[in-house]
Design a binder for this molecule. Structure first.
Ligand SMILES: Nc1ncnc2c1ncn2[C@@H]1O[C@H](COP(=O)(O)OP(=O)(O)O)[C@@H](O)[C@H]1O
Ligand SMILES: [Mg+2]
Length: 274
């Protein structure tokens, strides 16, 4: 299972939008996807999909198995919903932690991809989710504060966890090409930090996407051909193709052996560094 964390510095840029649509696009390619709502404050992947999960990650802490907490969405795509009380995830005792790790590890064989929609901002648990992921996707918009916050996010992930590879998705583009925004951003980032950025895709500001989302429908599942939906599909194909070639995995300098435990490491205690 390959873990993809979707982050930004700033809220409202489109992390949840990208997570959900990319999840659907990857599932369309016949890969099994587990969506994980890692936004511990404002869990809303369930809203996006228009489902009302009976269980969420918080229930796992109360003794339910992770398998019991899975909400099926569509073919090839399931959700572990977020929920209130998830802040507790950072305060687990050793027994709870071990239990969670075991359960999550069991699921690694059931899915090809886990997509984690993270919270906005540079919080320890968000950094940690990124640090254990195989791939960090940063969502960037033209908004100057998104630019600054994305920079800050990459800086702290690089300095604290020595992550070096970041994928960028430009979103809500208006009157400017994503490529141009990316070049501007990459120039600044790569001037000051020794990281590698690559542009994974660029999405226009699309009123239809927003409209469907307000109706809790996904643009991916509408019959009319949508250029935006096709961009999500291109991104999915690129991710799968790269994975098939081995994919570049960042090293998690603080403890590389734990990095290989993948998703389970999310539930590792935040010792010192996170
Ligand atoms: N490409 C886009 N075009 C138009 N609206 C978008 C686009 N991407 C996101 N939005 C809208 O922006 C708002 C915030 O998106 P969301 O995915 O919830 O952001 P985040 O998870 O980063 O806080 C939502 O109303 C969403 O519909
Ligand atoms: Mg969100």
């Amino acid at each position: 299972m390959r873990i993809i964390a979707i982050s930004s510095g700033k809220g409202g840029v489109g992390k949840t939008t990208l997570s959900c649509n990319l999840g659907i696009a990857i599932a369309e390619q016949n890969k099994r996807v587990l969506m994980i709502d890692g936004d511990m404050g404002l869990a809303n992947v369930d809203i996006h999909f228009g489902v009302r999960p009976l269980q969420h990650l918080g229930d796992v802490l109360k003794g339910k198995s992770i398998k019991e907490c899975i909400t099926p969405l569509y073919k090839n795509i399931d959700l572990i919903a977020g929920g209130s009380g998830l802040v507790e995830l950072t305060h687990l005792n050793a027994f709870q932690r071990r239990e969670l790790i075991n359960q999550v590890q069991d699921m690694q064989f059931s899915y090809d991809y886990a997509i984690i929609d993270t919270a906005s901002g540079i919080y320890e648990h968000v950094l940690h989710l990124n640090a254990v992921a195989d791939e960090c996707i940063i969502v960037l918009t033209q908004d100057p504060s998104s630019f600054a916050d994305a920079y800050a996010m990459i800086k702290v992930l690089h300095q604290k966890y020595k992550l070096q590879n970041f994928k960028v998705v430009c979103n809500q583009m208006k009157g400017m090409k994503g490529e141009a925004l990316f070049i501007k951003f990459a120039e600044v980032v790569e001037r000051f930090l020794s990281v590698r950025l690559s542009l994974l895709g660029s999405l226009p500001f699309d009123e239809n996407l927003q409209k469907y989302q307000q109706q809790q429908r996904s643009i991916m599942r509408q019959t009319a051909d949508s250029a935006t939906a096709n961009i999500f599909r291109q991104i999915a194909v690129e991710i799968i193709a790269e994975n098939a070639m081995g994919g570049a995995r960042d090293s998690f300098s603080e403890d590389t052996s734990q990095k290989t435990s993948g998703l389970a490491a999310i539930f590792r205690p935040a010792t010192g560094h996170a």
